[in-house]
Design a protein around this ligand. Structure first.
Ligand SMILES: Cc1cc2nc3c(=O)[nH]c(=O)nc-3n(C[C@H](O)[C@H](O)[C@H](O)COP(=O)(O)OP(=O)(O)OC[C@H]3O[C@@H](n4cnc5c(N)ncnc54)[C@H](O)[C@@H]3O)c2cc1C
Length: 377
């Protein structure tokens, strides 16, 4: 059976601080391709003919398949702000070429503007601050890390970044950015009227699934390539996994989807179950945060929170079930939360402080018999 899998490996400089080079980013064994009898065609897929079960490659070669996995990931989204899309000093951050371009230009750049304060934007900011650069960050939400954290937890990171020299422009959007004669943008103006001067701009404002080569292929695409619970697309023998499927944007989920798709391509019937579509762990300046499930509450949800000088904890409870947990500082109790959320353990009448629950509360068949469960690591 011929199985084609369009994937490559994402190369990134960890934290932007040159902690790793391109070689160090390679996480496969040296003999990976030989060992697993994989033929790596170093080309782009240009077109898929699902009737003939063939893929047209950039070299012009056509290659047939019995089963096809689309795992083309996503591309940085550069918004159409002024000359962002044509300026020489504007970078996305997705591929090795982006990391190399940023590295090269950062040598001479003093003031760097980052658009977007999600994990990728802040990772870049952290690396550049470590290199002594002046870093400004513009974010359209009123807080940093708006997708990952609530405002309170986000403020802790904001303070640490500011202490390290970063300047934030929150609740505003980049609006005007024109190239000078040398093809560079030297100034960006926000919709608030404020502006910053810059030598380089990194746009970390989201990604879009890499699906251009699927145009006119009959493979359905909405937020990403549409897949069923077996990671199969609407076209027989064609599967999709990872960021291109648009179900999640994190590595462990991409891997799990790839594995599920592979098993099904080999004849198994295994459903992909996304335990935590939203799961993030982060550590900046020594402060760790873990979030599972929902971050924002809806009408009717109950929010429990507590804080001391080193920790902040916040749980969202809906109809007695914990649907989201955020632990900042000490994250050692994560196993309990994973289990409670995954198994929808009802904690509505547990009669104990939610944040003091231990495994002992869930063993035995006494009055808390309904909470009996076994620990799953
Ligand atoms: C800067 C950054 C930091 C991140 N940090 C984390 C993190 O700390 N933790 C975490 O869990 N996740 C992180 N992520 C997200 C994580 O990298 C992705 O979720 C994961 O890489 C998705 O894997 P994938 O195989 O779907 O796509 P990718 O890893 O993007 O791989 C897709 C590959 O397909 C190739 N390709 C695209 N189109 C074609 C084509 N037409 N023909 C042939 N090849 C093609 C691309 O070149 C690419 O190499 C980060 C992402 C970025 C950008």
């Amino acid at each position: 059976m011929r199985v084609l899998c369009y994937l490559c490996i994402l190369f990134l400089t960890e934290r932007g601080t040159n902690e790793r080079d391109a070689k160090g980013l390679n996480f496969t064994e040296e003999d990976f391709f030989d060992k697993y009898r994989i033929v790596w065609k170093k080309e782009s897929a240009r077109k898929i003919d699902v009737e003939k079960q063939k893929v047209l490659l950039s070299s012009g070669e056509e290659t047939g398949y019995d089963k096809l996995l689309i795992a083309s990931g996503a591309n940085s989204f550069i918004p159409p702000v002024g000359d962002f899309r044509k300026a020489k000093n504007v970078f996305g951050l997705r591929h090795l070429k982006d990391a190399k371009g940023i590295d090269e230009m950062a040598k001479d750049a003093e003031h760097i503007l980052i658009v977007g304060s999600g994990l990728v934007g802040l990772d870049a900011a952290y690396g550049l601050l470590e290199q002594g650069k002046m870093v400004s960050i513009v974010e359209m939400a009123p807080q940093i890390l708006p997708v990952q954290l609530d405002a309170h937890a986000a403020l802790e990171y904001q303070k640490r970044f500011e202490k390290a020299g970063a300047k934030f422009y929150l609740g505003c959007k980049a609006q005007e950015a024109l190239c000078t004669e040398d093809g560079m943008i030297r100034k960006v103006t926000f919709d608030t009227g404020e502006s910053v001067e810059c030598d380089m701009i990194i746009v970390a404002a989201g990604v879009r699934p890499a699906v251009e080569f699927l145009d006119n292929s009959k493979i359905a695409v909405e937020r990403g390539v549409c897949v069923d619970e077996y990671m199969c697309t609407n076209v027989p023998n064609v599967y999709a996994a990872g960021d291109v499927a648009g179900l999640s944007g994190i590595w462990p989920n991409a891997m799990k989807q790839g594995k599920t798709a592979a098993q099904n391509m080999c004849g198994a019937l295994i459903k992909y179950e996304d335990r935590f579509a939203m799961k993030n762990t982060m550590n900046f300046f020594g402060l760790t945060t873990l979030c599972l499930g929902l971050i924002r509450e809806e009408d009717g949800d109950v929010v429990f929170w507590e804080e001391d000088s080193k920790n902040y904890r916040r749980a969202i409870v809906r109809d007695g079930n914990v649907v989201g947990i955020l632990l900042q500082g000490d994250i050692s109790n994560t196993g309990i939360w994973q289990y409670i959320i995954k198994n929808k353990v009802n904690v509505g009448d547990i009669g104990k402080d939610l944040f003091r629950l231990t495994f002992a509360d869930f063993y035995g068949t006494g009055e808390r018999g309904k909470y009996v469960w076994t620990y799953e690591s």
